[in-house]
Design a protein around this ligand. Structure first.
Ligand code: ADP
Length: 533
């Protein structure tokens, strides 16, 4: 890169104070900024809210010439440019939302060297007018925001991101390239380095852990009752409630209004002006609670959000952690509560199946969903589960994170050896018939239901048919889910997952090995019959 810049000796900290009004760097920022200023490519993997933007904005200010920021989201660009302009920094954005007049005035500005920072959507990189305008200026750096979009392994793959390297190569002098993301598994990280061909990059990862966030999953519950109970415990606090569909957003919103909560709502079906107003009212705490689809939140910087409730389970952990991470940005306590119901898995599977994605991308998305479901059903530390997902092992030697329901909630030990034996027997008999089924059919077999599928596959002839007749279906389901989450039972991935025998099944079938379930107190109505004190 041509950036052995004469301004290297200028203190980045001075710029931080001058332009952004902050007195010190946050974790990772200084290293990244110094590397970029020395002309080295960087990859920054830092959680939402950790201050990635400054990592490229500040070098852009120090460099001679102009820097280009590639960003996938129109709303995000707008907000960023607005904030930069407020800080007295000349910046603009080029995307499809501009009027002709704005478009040509910004291009003129670029040509005249007016801007230090130009945001562009990846779809616009190769437009002739844009290429023409930037050919008149020196480009010192290209920053790629939301860099995980380049990876098919990420949760938000965008084909246009694959052309970024070609765009960079087409620039006359080779600029420094910096890439940023909040969520990268090892695989996504490798993909970013490969697709963007970063040269000898400095990779900076700050930890994923957000110690002030409390994690909980509510299962098998009446979602509306749970929601009202949680809101009642968060009186006068600001929070986000995410739903998977516009319809759910509206019905949850109505529920809140009916119960006297000061809320607003947000989804892609609303008119721009209303959506914008609802968002503003939330940010300014006129309506401290917002019910929204996942269209809401990118680039929103509201520091006092004290809870994020997912009324429906998201499609993957990346998305979940990013959304949940909008709680507690100011460092104070935040609650992140996921409502899990098997129906959410079915809906998500359906959405993946009917998306226009390639077969291999679909199968990757099924895997990501599978992990998400594992999170929802895990009986061990939620925090460690998430951190391990992102290959962050910093909390591994800690027994108890002390800030998630699985670590400090109320549990009872329940002996489920007998039930486990019967379930395993069923699966093994099905196996010998070369058959496998999903959760519901297995529950129906054990319950002894007389329904169409049971008759169709002749399942009432199984020895274990009806052997858990005295249990409720919900009780059987809870036990199954516990066995799945502890890998006594495995589930296949894909649209219609089936249950298979997992670890220790032989010793369970042969020796009737004891299995103890760590049962959530909140489920005890259903499970009380077997309590071991
Ligand atoms: P990210 O892109 O990583 O989600 P942002 O760049 O939007 O995070 O930064 C989140 C918030 O933190 C912004 O309000 C930003 O101004 C603020 N911030 C960034 N760096 C610092 C710093 N060194 N000191 C104080 N606040 C900072």
């Amino acid at each position: 890169p041509n950036n052995s810049n004469n301004s290297n000796n200028l203190e980045p900290l001075k710029f931080l104070k001058k332009y952004f009004g902050y007195n010190e760097f946050r974790e990772g920022q200084k290293e990244i900024i110094e590397a970029i200023l020395s002309g080295r490519d960087v990859l920054g993997i830092m959680p939402t809210g950790s201050g990635k933007s400054i990592c490229y904005q500040l070098p852009a200010m120090i460099f001679d010439g102009m820097s280009i920021v590639i960003s996938p989201l129109i709303s995000l660009m707008k907000d960023q440019v607005y904030l930069l302009n407020q800080d007295g920094i000349n910046a603009c954005y080029i995307n499809s939302s501009l009027s002709n007049k704005e478009f040509f005035s910004y291009l003129d500005g670029i040509r005249l060297g007016k801007y230090k920072i130009v945001y562009i959507a990846p779809e616009g990189m190769f437009s002739k007018t844009f290429l023409d305008a930037i050919s008149a200026v020196d480009i010192s750096m290209v920053a790629v925001d939301e860099a995980h979009c380049v990876s098919q392994w990420g949760h938000d793959f965008r084909p246009s991101y694959l052309k970024i390297k070609k765009f960079i190569n087409s620039l006359p002098a080779s600029p420094v390239v910096s890439a940023f993301t909040a969520t990268a598994t090892k695989q996504v990280e490798r993909d970013i380095l490969k697709q963007l061909k970063l040269s000898n990059p400095l990779t900076v990862k700050t930890g994923y852990d957000r110690g002030n966030l409390y994690f909980d999953v509510r299962k098998n519950s009446n979602k509306n009752n749970d929601l009202l109970e949680i809101l009642n415990n968060h009186r006068d606090k600001s929070g986000i409630i995410y739903c998977n569909t516009r319809k759910n957003v509206e019905s949850v919103y109505k529920l809140l209004i009916k119960n006297g909560y000061n809320a607003s709502y947000y989804h892609g079906g609303l008119k721009d002006s209303i959506r914008h107003k609802n968002q503003e009212n939330f940010i300014e705490d006129i309506n401290p609670i917002i019910v929204a689809t996942n269209a809401f939140g990118m680039g929103i910087d509201k520091s006092n959000v004290s809870f994020v409730i997912h009324y429906n389970m998201p499609k993957n952990i990346e998305g979940y952690y990013q959304e949940a991470g909008r709680a507690g940005r100011d460092g104070s306590k935040g609650d992140c509560i996921l409502f899990y119901s098997p129906q959410d898995t079915i809906t998500n599977r359906f959405l993946i199946e009917k998306s226009g994605d390639s077969k291999s991308l679909k199968s990757k998305n099924f895997k990501l969903l599978h992990k998400m479901e594992k999170y929802a059903l895990t009986s061990s530390c939620y925090r460690k589960f998430i951190l391990n997902y992102f290959s962050d092992t910093s909390k591994d030697d800690m027994d108890n994170c002390d800030n998630c329901y699985n670590c400090n909630g109320n549990f009872k030990e329940i002996d489920i050896s007998h039930e486990t034996y019967l379930i395993m027997t069923t699966l093994s008999q099905l196996k010998s018939r070369n058959k496998s089924f999903g959760k519901n059919i297995i529950i129906n077999i054990l319950k002894g239901s007389n329904n169409e599928n049971i008759r169709k596959y002749n399942l009432d002839s199984l020895e274990s048919f009806g052997s858990l007749f005295s249990k409720t279906k919900n009780e059987i389901k809870l036990i199954l889910e516990y066995l799945i989450s502890n890998e006594y039972i495995l589930t296949s991935q894909g649209r219609f997952p089936v249950l298979e025998l997992g670890r220790n099944y032989e010793s369970i079938l042969k020796y009737n090995q004891q299995v103890i379930m760590k049962a959530d107190f909140r489920d005890l109505n259903d499970l009380s019959k077997n309590i071991v004190e």
